[in-house]
Write a protein that binds this ligand. Structure first.
Ligand code: UDX
Length: 433
């Protein structure tokens, strides 16, 4: 079977590599020539575990990349994986998707083809795509992804469920899609088969629910620190109930990344467009939007003025094991500190995250991005942890205590060993503690 994947970002590239590993002939299509050229040379544009190995295994074998949409003519299935970024007002920009559909349309000739929308799209979009292609010989599906950055390849091969949205026209071609996903059928992965709109909302509702858990614990953290409540024990106590579960109850600086913030905001807009007021969902967003500011105010209280103070920032990407800076809470913190005249020495364990940050602040002399975490703390007035990378816990804090000017640590992810730090003479401030 020949498969095309349109858009080779996180989602599309992972999908293309996964399908190549299943043995299909896969072509990844992207409009960015530079990206396509790099991929054809075996270079990955993303920092993602396992990606490089799969690329070198399948490239020039059963996997290639092109900017030329005409390859679709020979495809049996086309996965649409282009980005659906947020507009300024939080609504979803579908321009890339619509343009991809229009560009591929002339090539949907010959054999009957499956068109599978994988991009996260507002409710009603797959129906729109179908209406654009109804004269072509295609069956249209919506099949959301639930890949976590940093674990994308792992998640591709071990999905918690496969959701497939279809309509009366595409129903009869479901078996063709099951053939592509035979690996998961054999693995007894739960399949959830439903209509397009339900499948579209499952994606938004899943991410919004995760965001809700985070905002919930973050709001409780604000209360906890007034009442001698241990926020981590609180999370354990809540999560022990299997109806609630432990995951996504870690209080911190809030959720970042390319998905959670944008999907919550998009769902708010979708409610509003329907004439409904999204009360709970709006609250999730507003707690998250204020979380970094709330923690920043805690930092501010420890100094007469932040002007001229130097801070070591540990954690630049939106989470560990990725170089993705989108909606990074660390960057939000850096910007607040810079606005007060502070100086920053920044570090992330992922080299490319440091390189990306350097690009962003290329002309700002108040920020240094260093390749050694210990260099960041030399003469610093405090350390701020912004991602929950366990490697920060394993740093030599005794060495840090000797290098730093002012022994204070602001643990924005509650990951450090508080008693150990206190024993080393640090003042420790966490989220909810
Ligand atoms: C998310 C979803 O998990 C995935 O299923 C979806 O398809 C894409 O979006 P990702 O963006 O990679 O994945 O990030 P995720 O691991 O979900 O974390 C999002 C943010 O929440 C991070 O900034 C993380 O630090 C934060 N977070 C997570 C918390 O603040 N507390 C927690 O308890 C968990």
């Amino acid at each position: 079977m020949k498969i095309s994947v349109i858009g080779v970002g996180y989602v599309g590239l992972t999908q293309a590599l996964g399908l190549a590993e299943f043995g299909f002939d896969v072509v990844g299509i992207d409009i960015i020539k530079e990206k396509v050229d790099k991929l054809n040379q075996g270079q990955t544009p993303l920092t993602e575990e396992g990606l490089e190995q799969l690329l070198s295994k399948h490239l020039n074998n059963n996997l290639s990349f092109t900017t030329d949409y005409s390859v679709i003519k020979n495809s049996d299935a086309i996965f649409l994986c282009v980005g659906t970024p947020p507009r300024q007002d939080g609504s979803t920009n579908l321009d890339f998707l619509m343009s991809a559909v229009n560009t591929m349309k002339p090539y949907l000739t010959g054999n009957h083809k499956l068109v599978i929308v994988k991009s996260t799209v507002p409710v009603g979009t797959t129906r729109k795509v179908y209406s654009m292609l109804r004269d072509n010989n295609v069956a249209v599906f919506f099949n959301p992804e639930f890949l976590r950055e940093g674990l994308a390849i792992h998640d591709f091969f071990n999905p918690s469920r496969i959701v497939i949205g279809f309509d009366n026209n595409s129903k009869q071609y479901l078996n063709n899609l099951f053939k592509i996903y035979e690996y998961f059928v054999n693995k007894n992965t739960p399949f959830i088969l439903t209509n397009w709109e339900t499948a579209e909302l499952i994606k938004y509702a899943s991410n919004t629910f995760l965001a809700m858990k985070i905002s919930f614990i973050n709001e409780l953290a604000r209360f906890a620190e007034h009442h001698n409540i241990d926020i981590k024990t609180l999370s354990k106590g809540i999560g022990a109930d299997p109806r609630i579960g432990y995951s996504f109850l870690n209080a911190g600086l809030g959720y970042g990344g390319s998905c959670l913030p944008k999907d919550v905001k998009s769902l708010i807009k979708q409610f509003e467009a329907t004439g409904l007021e999204p009360k709970l969902i709006s609250a999730i967003d507003s707690v998250n939007e204020s979380q970094v500011k709330w923690f920043f105010n805690k930092i501010k209280q420890e100094y007469p003025s932040l002007e001229g103070k130097t801070f070591a920032i540990f954690g630049l990407a939106f989470k560990p094991k990725t170089d993705d800076l989108r909606e990074s809470r660390g960057i939000a913190m850096i910007d607040l500190l810079l606005s007060q005249g502070s100086k920053i020495k920044a570090y992330d364990f992922v080299p490319n995250a440091r390189a990306n940050l350097l690009q962003k602040y290329i002309n700002d002399h108040n920020i240094e991005i260093l390749d050694d975490p210990y260099e960041c703390v030399v003469n610093a007035d405090g350390v701020i942890i912004t991602t929950d990378d366990a490697k920060f816990t394993d740093l030599d804090w005794s060495k840090i205590s000797e290098l730093i000017s002012n022994k204070i640590v602001f643990d924005g992810r509650n990951i450090l060993d508080e008693p150990k730090l206190r024993a080393l003479g640090f003042k420790y401030l966490g989220v909810g503690k």
